[in-house]
Write a protein that binds this ligand. Structure first.
Ligand code: DHB
Ligand code: FE
Length: 281
């Protein structure tokens, strides 16, 4: 049977992808951040997940205000990098796992999570930057990817509790898939940042550090962070952190922290990364 063995929480700041694309990771500005990613790249090479479920938000690339799915799952064989205004990133086309994705869609819908099913889904920085962070600049991405898209752009977005329970349902779906494969799940976005309005530029390292701590110390607190609290403490785009709760819900209650790194600023954002593993991985 398939095993969901680990999770990664990571920011998905677009200029991080730009730094990889333009070979700027060793500049004074970027080096301290990218040095912090090296152990995660080594972990990926060692653990070699067959599939990564990448939970991210589309930033008006595939969807727009015309169509706002709360949760969407990509079931295609391939996902092309989206054009976000400067042409698509020159990164490998993302290879899907259609069979597992359909299995997850079926299991989630029968578990009463009404997923939108995406047969075509151009993937933006929310998904491709976490791949660059964890895999560097390879010819092909080293694992298959199932995109799982969450609306955190247009109010009302799902609660942390709903996201956490979706994570639990994803775990159940993966572990009822009849192939011996290793699956990791990524929760992306955040950490604190606000790109708009009077408080543009807000970062809150104390909030971010407590969030990283409580992924292992006090998940209940994180599940119950309200939208207003995210807005107030982590900024309007800090509310992307709700997607980390899907990743967390898919892991064991006593999942272990293997690694973390936190750096301010990366562009406008408190950039965090954490690796969590189940005990019996
Ligand atoms: C930035 C961060 C994001 O998460 C994003 O989606 C867009 C921009 C930034 O810090 O510039
Ligand atoms: Fe974002």
């Amino acid at each position: 049977m398939a095993k969901l063995f680990a999770g990664i929480g990571t920011s998905h700041v677009p200029p991080i992808g730009g730094a990889v694309d333009h070979d700027a990771t060793q500049t004074d500005y970027w080096k301290p951040l990218f040095d912090g990613y090296e152990p995660v790249k080594a972990w990926m090479e060692k653990e070699k997940p067959d599939v990564a479920i990448i939970v991210y938000n589309d930033h008006a690339s595939a969807f727009s205000l015309k169509l706002i799915p709360t949760f969407a799952i990509g079931v295609a064989d391939q996902f092309a990098p989206a054009d976000e205004g400067f042409g698509p990133r020159k990164v490998p086309v993302v290879q899907g796992h259609s069979k597992l994705a359909w299995h997850i869609a079926e299991s989630l819908i029968f578990d009463e999570f009404d997923m939108t099913i995406a047969n075509e889904l151009p993937v933006d920085h929310g998904l491709t930057v976490p791949l660059s962070i964890t895999c560097g600049k390879p010819e092909e991405w080293p694992c298959k990817v199932i995109p799982l898209c969450v609306n955190v752009i247009q109010y009302p977005s799902p609660t942390g509790n709903r996201c956490f329970n979706l994570g639990k349902a994803i775990r159940k779906a993966v572990e009822s898939f009849d192939e011996d494969i290793k699956v990791a799940i990524f929760g992306t976005g955040g950490m604190s940042h606000q790109l708009q309005g009077e408080r543009a530029g807000l970062v809150n390292p104390a909030f971010d550090k407590a969030f990283l701590d409580d992924l292992t110390n006090d998940v209940d607190r994180l599940i119950n962070i309200s939208h207003v609290e995210y807005l107030r403490e982590a900024g309007s785009e800090g509310a992307e952190l709700v997607m980390w709760m899907i990743m967390r819900g898919a892991l064991d209650d006593n999942a272990k922290e293997i690694y973390r790194h936190y750096h301010v600023p990366a562009s406008n954002t408190g950039a965090g990364i954490i690796v969590l593993e189940n005990e019996d991985k």
